[in-house]
Design a protein around this ligand. Structure first.
Ligand code: F6P
Length: 409
């Protein structure tokens, strides 16, 4: 599967930096999901998880006091384990490790840089800075209160303890400086991004992704176009019209969306093919058609049925059955190509603040779904994507919750 032009064998350690509740884990997980979707083996090592396992989840804020020697020793011990696991995973074939922790002192970062250099990994710091108290308060309430650290703790007491934890970190915090090497600073949720010494294709994409990442949570609906004439004939590709059943679905979809939109304006995106545009025709909103959302290009097989492909091009049929992710139709595309073509769509989804309804095609929706639900690329070409069913994906703290609505037509 094509990843990035210059994704060589250089192992990368993306090291998160920042005070607690600044969105580090959110960014780390989203970035990991994006990179995995682009075919890069990526793993997040969250130091908090090691701390919960080794020291216990429910430690009071004193544990994080920089003047508490036992706390400091325990924190160093868990950081060492997490870093070591990440480096071992990179040595075993992983490509990008993300170390998710505060890493908030120069001393800690110098130690990480040295350990990574000794084991052949290049370090890039990703520092998240946020001084907006409303955002910090929202992060504490939306994520920290639901963390294992505060199970069974009364919410106000949990908030007080967490703010005391932040205050301990603030006393020792040192922002990343130029002499520490490569870094990206994401300030106030992407309002400002500072980049230092970043180079190469993969890291440029990482920076671009971070620049466009927003934190507003809004639902996203994925739906295939209504049944088309080609669907009825079992033909692939083409640009056929909707069948009568497909038109009935377009009406059901408009009625369904009335019940889901909460009076909020939504964006509707279609491909440039007739069957998706016709499916949008009864909606209140004017759709925007994107060429990037056109169905996988079946090349010389476009317009054929699957049995015609098997008869006329038995070798092609066999090759596709063997490796559907990497197989490229002659003069057409592979799923890997589709993922590459959809990259700007993913960036736009991340940037967009409104709820979005995407009316697409089977192959395209599989690829988008694989990103949104963090499905391994290999499974992507086989994901079930039935006609006349709306997938509603609602973001939660670090991923999405899925509901499927089959509509009558
Ligand atoms: O059959 C409908 C369709 O959208 C075709 O146009 C397209 O080639 C196909 O699905 C993609 O699915 P698969 O990759 O399983 O052949």
């Amino acid at each position: 599967m094509p990843t990035f032009a210059s994704s060589n064998n250089q192992k990368l350690a993306l090291v998160m930096v920042g005070l607690p509740a600044r969105g580090k884990s959110y960014i780390a997980r989203k970035l990991a999901r994006y990179l995995r979707w682009r075919g890069i083996e990526t793993r997040v090592c969250n130091v908090g998880m090691y701390r919960r396992e080794l020291v216990g989840a429910q430690v009071s804020h004193d544990f994080f006091d920089p003047n508490n020697p036992e706390g400091l020793a325990d924190r160093m011990r868990v950081a060492r384990l997490a870093l070591d696991d990440m480096l071992r995973w990179l040595e075993l074939g992983g490509q990008i490790g993300i170390l998710d922790a505060t890493n908030s002192t120069r001393e800690r970062r110098a130690w990480i840089t040295k350990a990574c250099a000794e084991r052949g990994a290049k370090v890039v710091f990703i520092e998240t800075i946020c001084n907006d108290h409303a955002v910090i308060d929202r992060n504490v309430r939306e994520t920290k209160l639901h963390s294992p650290d505060y199970v069974g703790v009364e919410p106000d007491a949990a908030v007080r303890d967490f703010l005391a934890r932040i205050a301990h970190y603030e006393r020792a915090y040192q922002t990343v400086e130029d002499d520490e090497g490569m870094y990206v600073k994401v300030i106030d949720e992407g309002k400002k991004v500072i980049v230092h010494e970043i180079d190469g294709d993969v890291l440029s994409r990482v920076v671009f992704f971070l620049m466009n990442l927003r934190t507003k949570r809004r639902p996203l609906w994925l739906v295939r176009h209504g049944e088309s004439i080609f669907n009825v004939e079992d033909r692939i590709g083409g640009d056929s019209e909707l069948s009568p059943r497909g038109h009935a679905f377009a009406r059901s979809l408009a009625a369904f969306m009335q019940t889901r939109r909460n009076d909020e304006p939504i964006s509707v995106w279609t491909s440039q093919l007739k069957r998706t545009i016709q499916t949008a025709q009864n909606l209140r909103e004017q759709p925007v058609s994107h060429r990037a959302l056109d169905e996988i290009d079946a090349g010389i097989c476009d317009g054929l049925t699957y049995s015609e492909v098997r008869r006329r091009y038995p070798d092609e049929f066999a090759a596709r059955s063997k490796d559907k992710l990497n197989y490229r139709y002659p003069r057409g595309e592979s799923y890997g190509d589709v993922i590459q073509r959809l990259d700007p769509v993913i960036i736009e989804i991340e940037r967009h603040e409104r709820p979005i309804l995407i009316i697409g095609h089977q192959g395209i929706l599989r690829a988008l779904y694989a990103y949104l639900m963090d499905t391994p690329p290999r499974e992507c070409p086989h994901l079930p994507m039935p006609l006349h069913t709306v997938l509603e994906l609602t973001p939660n703290a670090y991923g999405c919750t899925e509901r499927r609505f089959p509509l009558a037509c």
